[in-house]
Design a protein around this ligand. Structure first.
Ligand code: ADP
Ligand code: TZD
Length: 570
């Protein structure tokens, strides 16, 4: 006699991935589908995870990365194998560079064939390709390891210094069936994936002593401070210290740009003169002149608050490192700040005020001019004034001049509202960041884009229209990379390397997808179009015509781009 066993319920890799993501509170996936992950996206959607489908993986990855930055939960980007994976890699590397938590999940081909290089469909050794650009990289080779793989990826993305994590899911693992009970038991919920990291009391005491000795203190706020969501502690510390502060680009708004202690308008002066500098979630990389002369005084002493111990002394000696998460470190400093008797000298504060006044007057002259056609100042002034009435709006910004002038002219008043090219100065984040911000917040976004910058992710306006996102794109159309008036130095009729089409009607692109296009040539037109587009809450694109002759080569990065012999010769 044979005994008929009840067949036990089965699950498979697809279900286990979705179950593991849900168990860990992941509610959104950004991606592009195809073999072997189409059913993963379908199933995720069926199971209540929002799936946002893009036109290119780089934008999906950028959306995931910025979602991670805004929410402290890793943003998930899903791609197919080889080319889809590689398209997502730029975004993963950019996330790692900027310290944003993100997980790139890619399907991959048959290991046996890939490893012998026998030519599988979309064959690539993805795990090894990803490793140098990711904070961590994992492959899951058995369906019962999916739970552990996803938990490890989440923990690696958000703990300590956040970054990009790669998770490789071979097609046969996704397809494999296993016993459902075994599968359920294999899932892992990451408990406290980004634990607090308390600074040592000695480091806090050392920092307070140094700060108390300062005559010309300065606080630099970086996007690590913005990421930490320690907004009240940042305010309390800056105000208790009485020190002037300068925000890095994406830390603008952590304290309002109108805050009386903001020294942004006297940036070069305070960097050069400060004797004690408190870095809060900001690296001494190229954006801060590596902490060296001529931007900084060689005798300045630094206090650095960072979660990553190896960041300390990366560019110059740090007298008082405070290694810990920013919330905990600021709480510890605040507890001692009253007794520390920090008192910036009156002459320091007066000198800063004088520089601010002088620079503000110079800036006002530019902003008040009404050139025809518009230049960057007059166009951005119009944008600034409309945004001042709409402080809830996220500002995405990329380009060279459009970025540099945008950062200086557009004031921010609330934290984590300015999203830009960041640590790499990368082009192509525009539409991805705009979509990620709109999806995670449900709020409105204005993307201020150079015409070259816009081209890197422009096709995602279809995505914006398909999901009916309240995103307004302003293309600063000066007909080129940096500017639009360069000439071919050779014989042919080709345009110069920096030149783009001056007569381009970018606004018609969005009309193809049901969005609203605007074409503006003066500040009044720009003001009206932006106000109308924001009020509508619907996708819109404003083609903003700027004088082709106003941009500067490389924007404000002249030092990194010495003019070539060719340029001097002509
Ligand atoms: P910015 O470009 O604004 O100057 P960076 O990206 O260079 O900022 O620096 C951000 C720093 O913040 C990184 O060194 C990172 O390790 C640190 N960081 C990120 N999150 C935290 C956190 N929660 N607590 C402490 N430091 C953090
Ligand atoms: N490719 C990538 C991925 N990132 C880059 N930063 C560049 C190329 C080089 N680059 C810049 O650094 S800015 C820029 C490029 C191509 C575009 C500048 O032109 P724009 O802005 O039209 O976007 P402005 O306002 O005209 O300067």
């Amino acid at each position: 006699m044979t005994i008929e066993l009840e067949p036990s319920a089965q699950t498979d890799g697809f279900h286990l991935v979705v179950d593991a993501l849900k168990l860990n509170g992941i509610d959104t996936i950004y991606g592009v589908v195809g073999i072997p992950i189409t059913d993963l996206a379908r199933l995720a959607q069926a199971e209540g995870i929002r799936y946002i489908g893009f036109r290119h993986e780089q934008s999906a990855g950028n959306a995931a990365a910025i979602a991670g930055y805004l929410t402290q939960k890793p943003g998930i980007c899903l791609t197919v194998s080889a080319p889809g994976f590689l398209n997502g890699m730029v975004a993963l590397a950019n996330a790692t560079t900027n310290c944003f938590p993100m997980i790139l999940i890619s399907g991959s081909s048959d290991r046996a064939i890939v490893d012998l290089q026998q030519g599988d469909y979309e064959e690539l050794d993805q795990l090894n390709a990803a490793r140098p650009y990711a904070k961590a990289a994992f492959r899951v080779n058995r369906p019962e390891d999916i739970g552990v793989g996803i938990a490890r990826a989440i923990r690696a993305a958000v703990s300590g210094r956040p970054g990009g994590v790669y998770l490789d899911l071979p097609a046969d693992v996704l397809r494999s069936a296993i016993d459902a009970k075994t599968g359920a038991l294999s899932l892992v919920r990451a408990v406290d994936p980004a634990p607090r990291q308390l600074p040592s009391p000695e480091s806090v005491g050392r920092a307070l002593d140094l700060l108390a000795s300062a005559k010309r203190p300065l606080v630099i706020l970086g996007k690590g401070a913005a990421y930490a969501q320690a907004d009240e502690a940042v305010r309390a510390f800056v105000e208790a210290s009485g020190a002037p502060f300068v925000p890095m680009s994406m830390a603008k708004g952590l304290l309002s740009d109108n805050h009386p202690q903001s020294a942004a308008a006297a940036r070069s002066f305070v960097l050069g003169q400060a004797d004690v500098v408190v870095l809060i979630g900001a690296r001494l990389n190229w954006l801060l002149g590596h902490g060296k002369a001529p931007q900084w005084s060689p005798t300045a002493r630094f206090i650095q608050l960072d979660i990553s111990p190896t960041e300390i002394d990366s560019n110059r000696a740090i007298a008082a490192p405070v290694v810990g998460d920013i919330s905990s470190s600021l709480a510890a400093l605040l507890a001692g700040v009253e007794h520390a008797q920090i008192s910036p000298r009156a002459e320091w504060l007066d000198a800063i005020e004088a520089h601010k006044r002088h620079n503000a007057e110079r800036m006002a002259e530019h902003l008040d001019a009404k050139p025809d056609p518009m230049d960057f100042y007059s166009a951005l002034r119009a944008v600034r004034d409309v945004l001042a009435d709409n402080p809830d709006v996220y500002v995405v910004n990329e380009g060279a001049n459009t970025l540099d002038f945008g950062r200086n002219i557009i004031d921010m008043h609330t934290p984590r509202k300015r999203l830009d090219s960041g640590t790499w100065g990368v082009m192509g984040i525009g539409m991805g960041y705009a979509i990620g911000a709109a999806v995670t917040s449900g709020g409105r976004v204005v993307a201020i884009e150079g015409d070259s910058a816009f081209g890197f992710s422009g096709m995602e306006i279809e995505t914006i229209c398909r999901y009916k996102l309240p995103v307004v794109i302003i293309v600063f159309n000066n007909g080129g990379v940096y500017r639009g008036d360069d000439v071919n130095r050779g014989q042919g009729t080709d345009t110069a390397p920096t030149v783009l089409m001056k007569s381009a009607h970018y606004e018609k692109l969005i009309e193809a997808f049901g969005g609203t296009g605007h074409y503006v040539t003066d500040a009044v037109g720009l003001t009206g179009a932006l106000a109308e587009a924001l009020a509508s809450g619907k996708p819109a694109l404003i083609n903003c015509v700027i004088d082709p002759a106003t941009g500067t080569e490389s924007g404000h990065l002249k030092k990194l781009n010495p003019q070539s012999a060719l340029a001097h010769a002509t």
